[in-house]
Design a protein around this ligand. Sequence first.
Ligand SMILES: *Cc1c(COP(=O)(O)O)cnc(C)c1O
Length: 514
Amino acid sequence: MNRTLYGNLIFELSKKGRRGYSLPQDYDRTHTTAELPEALRRKEAARLPECDELTVVRHYTNLSHNNFGVNDGFYPLGSCTMKYNPVINEEIAAMKAFAGLHPLQPAETCQGALEVYFNLQQSLAELAGLSEFTLNPCAGAHGELTGLMVIRAYHESQGATSRTKVLIPDSAHGTNPASAAVCGLEVVEVKSLPDGTVDVDHLRELLAEMGDQVAAMMMTNPNTLGIFEPRVLEITEMVHKAGGLMYYDGANLNALLGECRPGDMGFDVMHINLHKTFSTPHGGGGPGSGPVGVRKGLEQFLPYPRVKMREAAPLSSPEGDTTPVFSIDWGNEAPSGAVGGASTPSTISVGSFFGNFGVMLKAYAYILSLGHENVKMVGPLATLNANYIKERLRDDYLLPISGLCKHEVVFDGLVDKNTGVTTMDVAKRLLDYGYHAPTIYFPLLFHESLMIEPTENESKETIDSFIDVMHKIAAEAKSDPELVKTAPHNTPIGRVDDVLAAKQPVTTYWKTLP
Ligand SMILES: *Cc1c(COP(=O)(O)O)cnc(C)c1O
């Protein structure tokens, strides 16, 4: 990229009076502002960059080449499931018939869209082993909050208002304690054993001490170390006995897909990140979708609006019966006010209208294109790839927990701790070789966590090349540690000073102008 010619910022390319458009000579500039009250109109023209069209095109095209996504290369970002998003999903989500829908359109004019919504709910319920799903939440953390609100509403309906504690393992994703706190519940940490699984003895102590105050336990399984909790059935039974509900963080369902179901493990409420497991591009802030499922008996606490399917028409119904098959139940809310509290039975409403429908379309297209048979291959292949990487890298990278992992593997930096090369350095050096870095310094259980999630889509050749590069970096760490410690060397921007960036952040452009 020619930086001197195309510049870092579009403002640096601006030339006074330069235009990228031409309007008719008789274009009346006043009519666009005519409806705005005088007081609201700007007094001076906005300071916008003035550039010709080709310069703008080159500038943004060059910037886009600095981007990195799954379609550019291997992206083993653990806990984030950066898997391939088939292009057909995008095409379906972009279809005019879907993209042009209005959220207040009468149900009889959008039966197809409602059918997609309804069928996706059913598919997720089947995959999760639960009774019913709402697709309304817009992210994983939003789903957690919704699920906890469902749990609180359930306990309130039982008169158990003193159940305000949520048990969360110390290995949990940070959103778990955050969601519990936002929901007004109190977080109680459950310790992990050295192998990363839940310390069941500690859980037993906590339940003996405060069992009647426990609203729920939140769990991720496989946990954030990629380890399947062997005692999950015992755990769910213990919490149920104490009167609490079990919440399953299903943000990453990749390891389980087609293999086993949270409902069968005894979980009562869960969320799924459609933008991780069900193939929607993510990273950079959305749009996402975090559907929440519940077991039988909790359906009435799910938020509105809901999509309902009509009971099969009786055989005696008159021919030409045109009653729509799918309808929208807004609860006690007027359609225009989907945010806010409806009264009984559900008091929960979590967003405007139905959530991010585009994400749902992609998930539904993905599920249909995999089909019943192929969906069963996702978990085993994701698991095989992670274990292959684990076994081939453990000579150079410290493996704190051996044994089988699921869809991701966590190393604790390099085996050789004498080189001074850290996980951060390895991650930066990977960029030089054209790979996105794995997740680093998470989970917090180890000092030098390096968390690799290959996903099920990668070919053996891709994974082998990555393994070769990881070995090469380990060799460099021994022979030329400075090279690794000062990486990256081939990226547009070198090693940034993250301490300075944190202490003196410059977040505006204008400030930096002379
Ligand atoms: C990503 C993730 C979340 C949060 O999902 P968002 O959509 O980013 O809010 C929650 N739990 C786990 C385990 C995750 O990996």
